[in-house]
Design a protein around this ligand. Structure first.
Ligand SMILES: Cc1cc2nc3c(=O)[nH]c(=O)nc-3n(C[C@H](O)[C@H](O)[C@H](O)COP(=O)(O)O)c2cc1C
Length: 217
């Protein structure tokens, strides 16, 4: 499965089957995490037994308490930490999708009970539930390209392809509070329009746009 196929297949999944992820897949996930952590200067952690990460009433009501495992997104505190977590965390989400697994980014989880390692100079930004979903989730409402694009004149094909996949990016409460700006027909800017976890959203959007456009920004 290519990254483009993974983007098209992915939906947030909040109800998981019983049983742990097979050891061969855990090895692959851990190797991918090590690679992404090195690239992004992060310390994302695969926690095989999610334990009481999702014991809050809200999580249980959503079904997230069934997630067998969790990825803790941790990194040294920095101005761009959230956006980097969004970017590299989504790379991991897409890799998990290609292994046949399902995921859900979660801002709401129990920070006190998640079995993550967080050093004094680090921040636990967010968690990602992971496992085999009871189903594959479903498509949700999306803004249109016209609602999020800021571009004067003609738009190159690569830009439109990037926008198409950016609109499939998961965002907190499906807010999609971002704009994608084309300047000089060549440069792209990802504009954060605010809202909860919007800095993480921007990193996720950038990840999807790059995959769709085939360019790096
Ligand atoms: C930063 C972030 C935080 C999120 N937090 C939660 C959460 O706490 N609980 C939850 O059920 N879903 C959460 N989600 C999942 C979003 O609700 C979901 O991505 C959005 O509705 C779009 O649906 P999709 O992922 O199926 O495309 C979060 C997503 C992101 C990107």
């Amino acid at each position: 499965m290519t990254e483009i196929e993974a983007i098209k297949a992915r939906h947030s999944v909040r109800s998981y089957k019983r049983g742990m992820i097979e050891p061969e897949k855990v090895i692959q996930l851990r190797a991918k995490i090590a690679e992404l952590n090195a690239e992004g200067g992060l310390r994302m952690q695969f926690i095989e037994d999610a334990g009481n990460t999702y014991n809050k009433l809200l999580n249980r009501a959503m079904g997230l308490g069934s997630a067998p495992s969790v990825i803790a997104c941790v990194g040294k505190d920095a101005a761009d930490l959230e956006t980097r977590i969004g970017y590299y965390g989504e790379k991991l989400v897409l890799f998990a999708q290609s292994l046949g697994l399902n995921t859900c980014w979660t801002g709401t989880f129990n920070h006190k009970t998640i079995p993550a390692e967080v050093a004094p100079d680090e921040k636990l930004v967010i968690a990602i539930a992971i496992g085999y979903g009871k189903d594959q989730g479903k498509a949700r409402k999306s803004k249109t390209a016209e609602q999020i694009v800021e571009a004067a004149g003609e738009r190159p094909d690569w830009f439109d392809k990037g926008v198409e996949l950016a609109l499939l990016a998961p965002t907190a409460i499906n807010q999609q509070k971002f704009a994608i700006k084309l300047t000089d027909g060549e440069n792209v800017e990802f504009v954060d329009k605010g809202g909860p976890y919007s800095k993480i959203d921007i990193g996720i959007v950038k990840c999807h746009f790059e995959i769709g456009s085939g360019r790096k920004f």
